[in-house]
Design a binder for this molecule. Structure first.
Ligand SMILES: Cc1cc2nc3c(=O)[nH]c(=O)nc-3n(C[C@H](O)[C@H](O)[C@H](O)COP(=O)(O)OP(=O)(O)OC[C@H]3O[C@@H](n4cnc5c(N)ncnc54)[C@H](O)[C@@H]3O)c2cc1C
Length: 411
């Protein structure tokens, strides 16, 4: 039990969703002597293959919660990420080790998001402040004069001091609060196909993270511990069923590395991709974090990472509000700041990546790739780009703003 607060007198927060962001929010709250009821709609921890990259800034934020060493043990350390031309090979390569003086983690950690959930959920079992309930979904949130209540689809109502919506892109919490979710949807869907075939034996200088440009079919190639994951665009000419077929996976993978035998495909999925941000991240005693608050394209791997940053600041700020160490106005500032950072950093950077790789206009794409090559070739611009891509710049901006409003909560 954390320092001197009994589980009976501790404030109580309901967290909707045991995805990576909800699990981190629960860990932050419990670490700050707040009781948590973590409600998850699925019957068991979701194992969907989605985010697989943790940036240095996120690993730094997770450090106090004792999970990073195990994540590193279960993941892959990716020192480099590269931009490639499909026919020429590597055109720009960035070395995260350049950041070794300012972070303990000068690399991207390739580790599937479900592993973070598993590690945290395992810890929650022995934490008396956290009650995890699977097969239980939140339908609505009701504001109270001194708190909020979570109404479950079963009809049960849980009274609490606050509710955090970490229930993903289709968030019931967000809808119940009446928040808008404005933005845009990309024309192309994205297809992810994973294979155990060792692509790096056949593609010289393949990094663990590669953005591959091509006039006909761009792609992203990512290594996880067991698999290579290839992400391809899917245009309107193909239905979901056609894109997910064996023939499509085989054709696309043969286009990456041609081989005489058929590919083993371990997993495949298709997604529609959006850039959207909720109009508010705080409504009374309810807070939105992660995909419930903002979604973006996965190029650059910032959705979950940004969500973890939300969880650390907003769950930590909420704990302060409930303990009386953060004012209502300061907490409003935290929520507004996380929203602004979602717009100014995450949405901007990921959309820039989409333009570099995927915009239909070949001349815009070529110009963007040329800029990336120039950026990598110059020590100062490469370093500046590393700060941005590793999300360290976004965290520095957050810290500067928090100090400006005299509400810096970290040490
Ligand atoms: C192909 C792909 C690749 C990606 N790669 C990256 C990457 O490398 N890096 C990165 O940062 N991001 C990446 N992302 C984005 C990332 O997966 C999401 O941003 C991340 O999952 C958001 O986490 P979350 O916890 O907010 O939401 P989710 O992971 O969606 O979790 C929400 C949870 O809430 C539960 N739930 C839903 N409704 C309810 C309810 N009403 N009541 C209770 N529980 C509920 C769900 O079952 C789920 O467990 C990728 C996404 C895709 C599609």
């Amino acid at each position: 039990m954390p320092s001197g607060v009994s589980s009976i007198t501790a404030p109580h927060v309901v967290v909707a969703g045991a995805g990576p962001v909800g699990c981190v929010a629960a860990a932050v709250l419990a670490g700050a002597d707040v009781r948590v009821t973590l409600i998850e709609a699925s019957p068991s921890p979701p194992r969907e293959l989605r985010a697989s990259t943790f940036h240095p800034a996120t690993l730094e934020m997770l450090r106090p919660y004792g999970v990073v060493d195990e994540m590193i043990a279960r993941g892959l350390v990716a020192r480099h990420f590269a931009y490639r031309d499909r026919h020429v090979g590597v055109v720009a390569r960035f070395d995260l080790d350049e950041l070794r003086d300012i972070t303990n983690y000068p690399f991207r950690l390739q580790c599937e998001q479900f592993k973070l959930c598993e590690i945290l959920l395992e810890k929650f079992v022995s934490n008396p402040l956290i009650d995890v309930r699977f097969s239980s979904a939140i339908e609505a949130v009701e504001q109270r004069s001194e708190g909020a209540a979570a109404v479950l689809t079963s009809g049960e109502t849980i009274e609490a001091d606050a509710v955090i919506g970490a229930d993903g892109a289709s968030s019931a919490v967000r809808k119940s609060l009446g928040c808008t979710f404005d933005g845009m949807t990309y024309a192309d869907r994205y297809l992810v196909v994973s294979t155990p075939y060792e692509l790096s034996d056949h593609m010289p200088d393949l990094s663990y993270v590669n953005y591959v440009s091509d006039p006909d079919e761009w792609m992203v190639l990512l290594r996880t511990v067991d698999l290579w994951r290839a992400l391809f665009p899917v245009s309107d000419d193909e239905t979901d069923g056609q894109a997910l077929s064996d023939e499509s996976a085989e054709r696309r993978l043969q286009g990456v590395v041609a081989k005489p035998t058929a590919y083993e495909v371990a997993h495949r999925a298709i997604y529609r991709v959006h850039q959207r941000v909720a109009d508010r991240f705080r409504v009374g005693r309810a807070v939105l974090v992660g995909d419930a608050a903002h979604v973006n394209n996965p190029l650059g791997g910032m959705g979950m990472n940004g969500g973890v940053h939300d969880a650390v600041l907003l769950a930590g700020g909420l704990a302060g509000l409930l303990h009386g160490t953060v004012t209502d106005q300061q907490f409003d500032g935290y929520a507004a700041l996380r929203r602004q950072l979602a717009l100014d950093f995450v949405q901007r950077h990921t959309h820039e990546n989409a333009v570099t790789l995927a915009t239909p206009d070949a001349s815009i794409r070529a110009e963007a790739l040329e800029q990336m090559i120039e950026r990598a070739a110059n020590v100062d611009t490469a370093y500046d780009y590393l700060l941005q891509a590793s999300m360290i710049k976004a965290v520095w901006a957050m810290e500067t703003e928090l100090r400006a409003i005299d509400a810096y909560p970290f040490g």
